[in-house]
Write a protein that binds this ligand. Structure first.
Ligand SMILES: [Zn+2]
Length: 187
């Protein structure tokens, strides 16, 4: 494994892990907001037995896997939805790192916006404009994902959830190929 390849992979995995943690937070938001609970002040707990979730079980995706989808205290099943949301958000941050951040912004209209490529040149010697684009897009996708989760939970029959889900998917698919998409539209 070459050095730049390894640094890219480690950086993307780290960003992916950050995404999974944000996914975990979105799960908390989607669960608590409709119930009028505080999003930040109460530690995570099992919805069945209210026992607090131990710090070492509260790892995105992996926690659910090594608990085999069950609460350590009461043994009640924990919905795989939590792990799926965490995994998808992690995957989003991971893929976008390669397609946007490490490519020098090759996906952006008028891009690439810097001649530098790879994690070392773009992240560890920060190209702030590019990092800002990446951050904005991650935030946008996270925000849309939270709207999708909230609309699924609070209005299970609302047609909005489909619209929001399609919007999220469109943004997810469009951002990595934004440059190509805008050039097609200009034709
Ligand atoms: Zn429990």
């Amino acid at each position: 494994m070459s050095f730049p390849f390894a640094i890219d992979l480690i950086t993307a995995l780290w960003l992916g892990f950050t995404g999974a943690c944000i996914g975990s937070f979105l799960n908390v938001v989607a669960y608590r907001m409709p119930r009028g609970m505080s999003v930040v002040w109460k530690p995570s707990h099992c919805p069945q037995c209210s026992h607090p979730i131990r710090a070492y079980d509260n790892v995105p995706v992996l926690g659910w896997l090594w608990l085999q989808g069950r609460c350590r205290d009461c043994g009640q099943p924990i919905s795989p939805r939590y792990a799926i949301v965490e995994f998808l958000m992690g995957l989003t941050f991971f893929l976008l790192a390669y397609l946007e951040l490490f490519s020098g912004g090759a996906n952006l209209p008028g891009g690439p916006i810097t001649e530098f490529t790879g994690a070392v040149q773009n992240v560890w010697y920060p190209q702030w404009a590019l990092i800002a684009w990446y951050g904005c897009h991650c935030l946008l996708l996270s925000f849309l994902a939270s709207l999708v989760l909230l609309s699924i939970d609070s209005q299970p029959k609302s047609p909005w959830r489909w619209l929001l889900a399609i919007l999220w998917l469109t943004a997810f698919l469009a951002i990595p190929f934004w440059k190509q998409a805008t050039s097609w539209l200009a034709l």
